[in-house]
Design a protein. Structure first.
Length: 407
């Protein structure tokens, strides 16, 4: 099988990317495309607008939503420590040990020895000229041929670059014709003109309120931004897509609310983003981790992920900040004497943009100017839900309500 490999930031996905995939498939050089949204791109390390999981799931939903055939979105870079150089990604992808889900799902044997696979690295012709300056270009060519897109009438330097790569590195370069409009992700986000963004991508962006003021993370330190990106990559291992994006959305919203209420934005971003990290761990593990943070305070299955999360980030990520750990621990229940940070994460969890379990408009609007009132409204909705389900509220929640004058 001839496999095209297309890497990029996809921040956001646009029609130019789709045209690239479609044209490459039409070229006849390849049978399928593996799209790899970058995790730690050497050119844009931590400078992408969105952390990796958003870009991965955005591409996945786009490919599925557009019904693109023979296109597979791969998370292979999540298994690579450090910078995901093209040569490193290709070494892993082409190794006999790595299982390419797309191939195995389609009943195609994974090992090169069993069935011959040929790999092609898909790229724009504009990057062909600089290819020899990439990290270990010779190694890249050991794993894959280059498959470069050329726009009609835009092929002046292509033959020169092709000849130079052949002469200096001995690699194979194939050229294919690119049909479609030229666009750029950064131009889309800076102009706010999303007309070249496919419909499923746009839906994804709207659902999670991406590329907005909140996701710019103004006032957040570079260190916290980096920690946020790395936390997102770390959580990819432990959470399914929907929950992972929820918990990251809470990070963005918490940072925004922190800005409004004079709270530390860095802490709010990290506490919010990590609040649900333990939720999909085996329940016994959650119980044991919860115990280590808060003794026997929380034992109910639905609640323990909160204090388990505090232990999890402390032990796996080395986060020692008590403010952050407590905000994670009490995000489900609240408690008496809550800090502003705890209120923010508690609230953001219930109203982040992708939440739609009830009409959240009034609480979202209140959250912009009166934190305590928004927390009260949220707690009241929770109280009603518990009542209708005949459930008892946790004593720490009752204490929070007393503090807020609700009881
Ligand atoms: Fe939670
Ligand atoms: Fe949550």
């Amino acid at each position: 099988m001839k496999i095209g490999v297309y890497g990029g930031s996809f921040d956001p996905v646009h029609n130019g990317h789709i045209a690239m995939i479609r044209s490459a498939l039409k070229s006849g050089f390849i049978d399928c495309v593996i799209v790899i949204p970058s995790v730690r791109n050497s050119f844009k390390l931590y400078t992408n607008k969105l952390p990796p999981p958003y870009r991965f799931y955005m591409m996945k939903e786009t490919v599925e939503g557009m019904g693109l055939k023979n296109v597979f979105v791969s998370d292979i870079e999540y298994g690579i420590d450090g910078v995901s150089y093209t040569s490193v990604v290709l070494a892993k992808l082409t190794s006999d040990e790595y299982i390419i889900p797309f191939l195995t799902d389609n009943g195609i044997k994974r090992k090169k020895a069993e069935e011959h696979h040929e790999f092609f690295w898909i790229m724009g012709s504009d990057t062909l000229g600089t290819f020899e300056n990439w990290y270990k270009p010779g190694e890249i060519l050991n794993y894959a041929s280059l498959l470069a897109a050329v726009r009609p009438g835009d092929d002046t330097d292509v033959e020169k670059a092709k000849a130079s790569i052949k002469k200096n590195l001995g690699g194979k370069v194939e050229i294919f014709r690119l049909d479609g409009i030229e666009c750029s992700s950064s131009q889309i986000t800076s102009s706010g003109d999303y007309s070249q963004v496919p419909e499923p991508t746009l839906e994804f962006i709207k659902r999670h309120a991406l590329y907005t003021e909140n996701t710019k993370l103004e006032g957040v330190s570079d260190e916290a931004r980096k920690q946020f990106f790395e936390a997102a990559v770390w959580m990819y291992r432990y959470l399914g897509g929907k929950r992972l994006l929820h918990t990251l959305n809470v990070g963005y919203l918490s940072a925004h609310l922190a800005g409004l209420y004079g709270c530390d934005k860095d802490k709010a971003l990290i506490a919010g983003a990590l609040h649900d990290c333990a939720k999909e761990l085996p329940i016994e593990q959650q119980l044991e981790m919860a115990k280590r943070y808060s003794g026997d305070l929380f034992t109910e299955k639905k609640i323990i992920h909160s204090s388990a999360g505090a232990t999890f980030v402390k032990e796996d990520l080395g986060i020692e900040d008590k403010d952050i750990l407590d905000a994670i621990c009490y995000h489900t229940t609240g408690r008496g004497n809550m800090t502003v940070l705890e209120k923010i994460v508690y609230l953001a969890d219930k109203i982040e943009p992708a939440r739609n379990y009830m009409d959240l408009g009034p609480i979202r609007e209140t959250a912009e100017h009166d934190l305590d009132e928004a927390v009260r409204m949220t707690a009241d909705a929770v109280r009603n839900k518990f009542k209708s389900q005949g459930r008892e509220m946790h004593p720490v929640t009752i204490q929070m309500m007393k503090d807020l004058g609700m009881i």
